[in-house]
Write a protein that binds this ligand. Sequence first.
Ligand code: PMP
Length: 380
Amino acid sequence: MRVDSKLPRVGTTIFTVMSALAAEHDAINLSQGFPNFEPSERLQQLVFEAMRNGLNQYAPMPGLLALRQQIAEKIALLYGVSVDPVQEVTITAGGTQAIFSAIVAFVRPGDEVILLEPCYDSYRPSVEAVGGIPVIYTLIAPDFKINWQEVMHLIGPKTRMICINTPVNPTGAVLSDADMRALETLLNGTDVLVMSDEVYEHLIYDGVEHASALRYPGLRVRTLAVYSFGKTYHCTGWKVGYCVAPPALTAEFRKIHQFNVFSVNHPVQAAFAEFMKEPTEYTNLPQFYQRKRDFFADCMAQTRLKPLPSYGTYFQLYDYGHLSNEPDIDFCKRLTTAFGVAAIPVSVFYSDGRDQKIIRLCFAKTEDLLTAAGERLRKL
Ligand code: PMP
């Protein structure tokens, strides 16, 4: 039988390849973005209690109201914005499902979606799966700055959505207040929607404030903002997140959500609703991860890899162009097999495979592992 793939370009991802190679060579795996430490004991206890209290059947379709109320309170506290928990917040099976549902809900065949590359690898296939056309704006190392005048030229009658992300995976860049204002001005008077991926909202350093799209009135009305509990509470494996959008957008989003997952892990939602009452769990996070970023920078200072600035996320980029001319994928494979540290080549985040001789390392790891990685890479 002939199978006509909707996503012929999609194959085994580099994350699977590098993690398998890391396991085979007993390498320290700094490739995939997840912590090697556990979520809070209390949070785990709350999940267990919710299960013991019988919350083991379907949760309400949009999510537990108690959790959505906590989310609305948090957004009011952090971003000074009023969000209606009933009509504007939907609990999702992680950020990825929120992104997918947002795209499926609004993008029709032939619609254009602007992507700023390098970007999280789910955006492009999600757009292509529904027949949308990705329109790529390419950002270049070392600063990955967005020229909004150039982005303006990509907007036309077929533009349905622009996907933004701050802090940015994989670059560690952040969008500034000026960036968000420029985007707000650019979209004024259009029907272009914004998918604002803010899963790293708390992983932002050096006292910089997260420029949430929710803060900008001209963006708020057209934005589906996406968040992930996995990043915030060190539990990426639980796959719970949420989407915040105005009522009319949320109504459409939920039409897809309810036939995609219908509802999300019930006991975990109940646990988050209780755990979120303690804001220090997330207000301390920038400090917690900034210490890791700086610790890792010290570990790597004696290696010959050149760091690019990391303003946010738990990723740090390194340039190796002065050491080797190898393609970044080969370089990462060699780092794993010969030096015992697995990294991700940044070219995989570009549709055209742009190779700037840059690799991405994840520092959401315990200090012993970061120290050992630094020691191994000193031999390079
Ligand atoms: N967006 C970005 C930029 C990410 O890096 C990730 C996780 N790697 C996600 C979304 C997805 O989050 P989740 O694990 O909650 O699906």
